[in-house]
Design a protein around this ligand. Sequence first.
Ligand code: FES
Ligand SMILES: [Fe+2]
Length: 410
Amino acid sequence: MEDTMDDTIIAELEERMDAERTRTGPPDGFPKLPDLSLDRYTDPNLYAAEIAEVFGRSWLFAGHSSEFPTVGSYRVLDLPQAQVIVARGNDGKLRGFVNACRHRGAPVVREEAGRARLFVCQFHSWSYDLDGELVRVPEERDFVGLDKDERSLPRVRVESIGQFVFVNFDDDATSLEEDLGPMAPRMLDLARADLRLVDRKSHIVHCNWKIMAEAFLETYHVRTIHPEAALAVDTPGTLLQLLPNGHNFLAVPYTDAVDDAEFAQMMWPADLPRPEALRAYEGKQSGFFAFPNSQILGDPSGCPVFSFWPTSIGETRFDVTLYGADWGDAARSPSWDLKVMQLDILTGQDMMNLEPIQRSVDAAAHSGVPLGYQERGIWHLHAEIDKRLSVDRVPAHMRAPDLLADYVEV
Ligand code: FES
Ligand SMILES: [Fe+2]
């Protein structure tokens, strides 16, 4: 994999952002997109298919390797299919297991994160090692013909790009690197940077997961609902690159306001680390949307990540995670609290519209969703969902056909 975001790429992005700012309309020949059917947010069959065939077969963002610092470090992820434990084994590798005991299915871990040598089920104490092997069964004499070798914790694949960790339930899925395609080298600087967890929050929002994802796939809404952010980012200059497999890359130039020292100090407090590795993230807000549900932002001092986890057809868990450039042994700067507060304000603004949108959809208050050119990432998301489903699972009137293939950059 090539190194990423070199000067040539940065210069090209700048040129393209300029071109976006000055264009007078969509590129010649850009198609009129059909309205997205409102049924895509309410149809239970489509939802079931999304869970099984999209979330069940895609690489899902699972954290940063710094969250698994030593042998035995683990985190439990609440994914739509199942709870998954990601743990660092004795060989230093990360592995994933379904958090379901092979006896009667009780969880083998109850804490959200921690460090363990063995995973001991709290129902009858069957115990699993860091490879997920069943190593101890109390009163084993009573289990006729039990073969412990056949009762390991169910495995879930874990792969990483740099230090970004992803999981996948599908043994047959292509590798993470292949799936991310051109986005993998592009995100490497950020993914390799030494980051650490600054803050993580989860919000339950009563809307379909796609309504939430869509709010992070365009910057058209920024001037209306994010007045503070709108001072900093010049949204008409937004460059959105549609990438294969439903992914996309977003680059939004900063406004001249950031040249003001006071303003810049508010956005990037001087005492926060600004490592050379993140140099490419100066001058613009960058975002890597990893299909289906995570927007990973690149910032000169770190990396906010937004993930949208369906918990039911009309409910989504919104995980907001802030990773900051590692500050080593120094004390954590209070400036991180300012960054967290800014993120809270931004995400609060985003959430304001989502439940009302779901209510409008439920009431069929509008007939369908007309998407503008700036919103083409939303079509790209829906078209990729349909590609991953067997076509007969999406009724004809609801389909999002692959109309933007010519605009996908490979
Ligand atoms: S369910 Fe885990 S030991 Fe019985
Ligand atoms: Fe937003």
